[in-house]
Design a protein around this ligand. Structure first.
Ligand SMILES: *[C@@H]1O[C@H](CO)[C@@H](O)[C@H](O)[C@H]1NC(C)=O
Length: 135
């Protein structure tokens, strides 16, 4: 009986390790990243934004997002904070890149991560609102 807690810890660790991909874990919620196109140009309405996000493992494909509309995707983070999704953003003749989810930067800040995409960069909304200029 004295060994029981240790076994539980090992079990939990194994469960988290194997579950941290795309498994269903009620206590390890999905992270949802949402991006809203708020790019304004000289003309009356904002241009459509083409978003293409990838991680090392996944290519989420190219999506055209009209002005003031949103695009989102979800995934599960892991304990080691190695999750990284990077995106390209294209409109008019512009092509920008941004790490839309960097676990080291974002994992402790949000799991429903909402971003606005503007001509000069991306802003993460919420209590710890922060804007990042394009690199
Ligand atoms: C992001 O948007 C969702 C859905 O509208 C909302 O529930 C959530 O609280 C928002 N998160 C932040 C950090 O603002």
């Amino acid at each position: 009986m004295r060994n029981l807690p240790k076994i539980y810890i090992v079990f939990l660790f194994v469960f988290l390790s194997f579950g941290s991909g795309y498994g269903v874990q009620p206590f390890w919620p999905d992270t949802v990243v949402t991006m809203t196109n708020l790019i304004e140009n000289q003309e009356k309405s904002g241009p459509p934004l083409t978003v293409h996000c990838k991680s090392k493992q996944d290519d989420l494909g190219s999506h055209v997002v009209p002005f003031k509309q949103e695009y989102h995707f979800k995934f599960q983070t892991n304990l080691w904070k190695t999750t990284l999704f990077f995106c390209t953003f294209q409109w008019d003749k512009q092509l920008k890149q941004f790490d839309i989810f960097d676990a080291l930067r974002d994992q402790d800040v949000c799991y429903l991560c909402n971003w606005t995409i503007k001509a000069d960069g991306a802003c993460r909304l919420g209590k710890k609102q922060k804007c990042f200029p394009w690199k």
